[in-house]
Write a protein that binds this ligand. Structure first.
Ligand SMILES: [Zn+2]
Length: 189
């Protein structure tokens, strides 16, 4: 840390000044120092959608993977050379890829439309790219953002439950769970 700090500020005197700046009431503040020495990236336009107080961190993480096309969907696993039968676990009628899961699949479309209506989404299109574009270009409420992130999370969880645990929920049950979790997170209800 000493060498890192010296590289950052250039001299021991400057380092001492910085240490004093990062000390309050005789206590060294690690957060303040980290804020000084960390490299700041350019803010991305989706940060307020994914990282906001109304979203559960688990939901934000899955939302981030969806935005970055980082979910290990079957089509992506196959593209890496693994042999798998590509069949959507939610509808069992189509092959699985990101756009099918969100929200071209009949199962996920039903859940999406119900949650979109409940949370008053600014769009009713079921095309993922259009949904994300709309959320990123429109002023949306905390409930709308939290609902979208919860929707992505619980659809992905439902898909995994079916594949890895052999258990499944109806679209109606999933909608109830999503609404409960969003209400609990936002309003403590
Ligand atoms: Zn499907």
């Amino acid at each position: 840390m000493r060498d890192l700090l010296l590289r950052h500020v250039g001299s021991p005197d400057q380092a001492l000044l910085l240490l004093q700046d990062c000390t309050s009431n005789g206590k060294y503040d690690t957060n303040a120092m980290y804020d000084v020495i960390r490299t700041r990236g350019t803010p991305v336009d989706w940060s307020s959608l994914v990282f906001n107080a109304g979203c559960h961190p688990k939901h934000s993480f899955i939302g981030l993977l969806v935005l970055q096309n980082g979910l290990p969907t079957v089509d992506r696993i196959i593209s890496r050379g693994l042999y798998l039968v590509n069949r959507c676990a939610l509808c069992e009628g189509c092959s699985e890829d990101l756009l099918h899961l969100f929200f071209a699949c009949p199962y996920s479309r039903m859940v999406f439309l119900d949650i979109a209506n409940w949370a008053h989404f600014p769009t009713s299109t079921v095309l993922l790219a259009d949904v994300l574009h709309c959320f990123l270009s429109t002023r949306t409420t905390g409930k709308q953002k939290a609902s979208l992130m919860a929707l992505l999370y619980f659809l992905w969880k439902e898909r995994n439950n079916r594949i890895f645990r052999g258990v499944q929920s109806s679209p109606e049950t999933l909608c109830i769970v999503i609404k409960k979790v969003v209400n609990l997170r936002l309003y403590g209800l």
